[in-house]
Write a protein of this length. Structure first.
Length: 213
């Protein structure tokens, strides 16, 4: 499955996702032209809802890999579908190491990789402190990081709700890429500095109501 040319299942799923997002949530995309058209790139976004991977991936034409729990790969149909959507299986309880390895493999194949550096969905909508995993992956691979702001998904499909709420506007905003040098050894200070820069760039794209303390 080529990273440059999405497979037919991904293309069909992408078109369906765009159609449904526009139909139910008046989906709008801003700054998609800022995402590099080829080569490894990390999309780092705030996390509000189960909808977020779809919202981030549907905004650009190139395929995007996201993490998914390994147990869902064993379910009927999903075991066939998820690999064709470039999903990366992550075992529960394996910690960040498994996630980092999966991301590095995807980026070395020239993929776009989507990640939510907060680590979990925000229940208040406010931006939570970013974890350093995104910086570690970026520095290890030398992949540029595109800050991404997701707006409105906390209303469209709130945390803990089984059903989505139609007619809540959803928007995704892609920012300017942050160039990242490739390094074999990285200090804690470098990790923290890049993490805080990515966090600040995502925050700058968000409306004030999402800003944390």
């Amino acid at each position: 499955m080529s990273a440059a040319q999405p497979n037919p299942v991904y293309r069909a799923s992408w078109r369906l996702a765009r159609f449904l997002l526009r139909l139910f949530f008046h989906y709008r995309v801003e700054g998609a032209e800022k995402v590099p058209a080829e080569g490894p790139v990390i999309l780092a976004a705030n996390h509000l809802s189960i909808l977020d991977p779809i919202v981030v991936g549907a905004g650009i034409r190139r395929p995007v890999s996201f993490m998914a729990r390994a147990d869902v790969f064993r379910l009927p149909f999903l075991s066939w579908l998820l690999p064709r959507l470039y999903a990366i299986p992550v075992e529960r309880g394996s910690g960040d190491l498994s996630a980092v390895k999966g991301a590095i493999r995807a980026l070395e194949r020239g993929m776009a990789f989507g990640i939510f550096p907060e680590g979990t969905r925000s229940r208040t909508g406010k931006l939570q402190p970013f974890k350093t995993g995104v910086a570690a992956i970026a520095l290890r691979t030398g992949s540029p990081v595109v800050p991404v702001a997701v707006v409105g998904t906390e209303e469209a499909w709130p945390v803990g709700k089984k059903l989505f709420r139609p007619c809540r506007p959803v928007r995704v905003i892609y920012g300017d890429p942050i160039p990242v040098p490739r390094k074999s050894k990285v200090s804690h200070r470098e990790l923290e500095a890049l993490t805080r820069e990515i966090e600040a760039r995502v925050r700058d794209l968000l409306p004030p109501r999402y800003w944390g303390s």
